[in-house]
Ligand binder design. Structure first.
Ligand code: FES
Ligand code: FES
Length: 174
């Protein structure tokens, strides 16, 4: 029996050790947002997060997720349907055409931002090089990640400023 967390929900399944995480997401959990492109680790369409790190789920055996946390594209937007800033940025920048690669691009893009690989467009392109887009929407994808990374940095600075101001006012008793 393999027990893991998928998008915050505990999953308890009796697995064949040969089943990929991608196939389990599709066939056992009916989570079809994660796409199957090559099924050989070459296109990035199946990218998900495992304990916060991106992985290609077609090359990850589902048993490897035992005791760990999986996050898929279904968990990116808020429960009320509000899109994540990176999803909004993909729309703003035409970061998709057919959309088939987009879930994988979004999951890699989130990791790109979280891991701080957004210094310039070349760094973003390098990090995202494992995610192929047969429609060639690369310019929009890079622009979307740049936009969302900028928002994240601005929000982080605002949060830090507020925390600093609160500490200062507590210390002065103001
Ligand atoms: Fe997994 Fe292509 S389907 S990398
Ligand atoms: Fe069509 Fe990327 S938007 S494959």
């Amino acid at each position: 029996m393999t027990v893991f967390i998928v998008n915050g929900q505990k999953v308890d399944v009796d697995l064949d050790p040969r089943e990929s995480l991608l196939d389990v997401l599709h066939t056992r959990l009916q989570l079809f947002g994660t796409k199957k492109g090559c099924d050989h680790g070459q296109c990035g369409a199946c990218t998900v997060h495992l304990d916060g790190r991106r992985v290609v789920s077609c090359l990850t055996m589902a048993v490897q997720a035992d005791g760990r946390e999986v996050r898929t594209i279904e968990d990116v937007a808020a429960e009320d349907g509000t899109l994540h800033p990176l999803q909004e940025a993909f729309i703003d920048n035409d970061g998709m055409q057919c959309g088939y690669c987009t879930p994988g691009q979004i999951m890699s893009g989130l990791a790109c931002i979280a891991e701080g690989h957004t210094g310039d467009d070349d760094e973003i392109r390098e990090y995202m090089s494992g995610n192929l887009c047969r429609c060639g929407a690369y310019v929009g994808i890079v622009a979307a990640i740049r936009q969302a990374a900028g928002q994240t940095a601005t929000e982080r600075m605002a949060t830090e400023r507020t925390a600093t101001e609160q500490t200062a006012s507590e210390q002065t008793g103001a």
